[in-house]
Design a protein around this ligand. Structure first.
Ligand code: SF4
Length: 317
């Protein structure tokens, strides 16, 4: 074979090899994406089941902010509704708070294409917050209160008995640590609760979903994300610190965050310190041995050096 022909044959072989590599890569990505979708469906379905979040005949108002998590929530709920043995309705609701440069066309266009029932509520809470809160002070608490009141009213008007929010596992954990570190309370963000006005049940079907999965799902599905800093509010510094702490733990001690999350659903009031949760004052010895007593750390070495036989005595110096 002459040289030019040989070169051409080599180039053909190389491009065929590259094409095969690309196709393998695409297959791998598609496989990973499919696994992610299945995992989210499984975790959302599990949370719905564990907390009995959605029942036959419910009308669920899905709050859509335009952030990645609320898009993922709506998307997964629509998938699960198709497979569910019960009937429930979904209405997507967005509250347009009239923040500067809010791209009001994005959500209606997305929801129309999706073919889901939706409602856009226009309420200028931005101006109210700006008027009432002095420059430089945190605006989130008043803003959230106003938003909550409006969403409850809209749920009433739409006949929705359930209000679904897109908070995920990491939101729940961050809130738990914020309450513990800065609020002196052992309190998280419940997966299911009664609304403040007592008229609805608020649900968080994404409670078992990791934030990184929600982020990746939004990339895979190319949701038209609306930036969350349009109000000009700074990110909460304390929450940012907690996020950093959790990231660090996960890097240095994989599985720690998961363990803390599972601790939230395995509470032992008799081994905490709240007399309202456990009757410490009336506690009397009943003479019955408990095989599940205080054994959690029996395998741990005693941290205080003693001179008991068989223990190591620390020497000074
Ligand atoms: S970040 Fe902005 S829109 Fe969100 S709660 Fe705070 S003030 Fe309101």
């Amino acid at each position: 074979m002459n040289a030019p022909l040989q070169n051409a044959a080599q180039m053909d072989a190389q491009s065929a090899e590259q094409a095969e590599l690309n196709s393998k890569q695409r297959e791998k990505i598609a496989h990973e994406n499919n696994k992610l979708h299945k995992r989210l469906c499984r975790q959302v379905g599990q949370a719905i089941g564990d907390f009995n979040m959605i029942e036959d005949g419910d009308k669920v108002m899905v709050c859509l902010s335009g952030g990645k998590d609320s898009y993922a929530l709506l998307d997964i709920l629509l998938t699960l509704r198709e497979r569910a043995p019960i009937h429930f309705d979904i209405v997507a609701v967005n509250l347009d708070q009239k923040q500067p440069n809010f791209p009001a066309h994005i959500l209606p266009a997305y929801l129309e294409k999706l073919g889901v029932a939706f409602h856009i509520e226009n309420q200028d809470t931005y101006s109210i917050v700006k008027r009432l809160i002095p420059e430089g002070k945190t605006t989130c608490s008043l803003c959230s209160r106003l938003r909550r009141g409006i969403l409850y009213r809209v749920a009433n008007e739409l006949g929705c008995n359930k209000i679904a929010l897109g908070h995920h596992r990491d939101d729940i954990l961050e809130t738990f640590f914020l309450n513990m570190f800065f609020g002196g309370k052992l309190k998280g963000m419940p997966a299911k609760l009664q609304s403040d006005d007592g008229k609805h049940i608020v649900i968080r079907p994404m409670a078992y979903v990791k934030e990184e999965d929600s982020t990746r799902y939004a990339e895979v599905k190319q949701f038209p994300i609306i930036p969350c800093d349009l109000c000009g509010s700074q990110e909460n510094l304390q929450r940012k610190q907690i996020k950093g702490l959790m990231r660090e733990w996960e890097k240095k001690h994989p599985g720690r965050v998961e363990s803390i999350f599972s601790a939230l659903s395995t509470v032992v009031p008799s081994h905490l310190m709240d007399p309202n949760m456990f009757g410490f004052k009336d506690l009397k010895a009943d003479g019955v041995a408990s095989p599940l007593g205080d054994i959690a750390f029996d395998d741990e070495p005693c941290s205080t050096p003693t001179s008991m036989p068989g223990t190591i005595v620390l020497q000074n110096g």
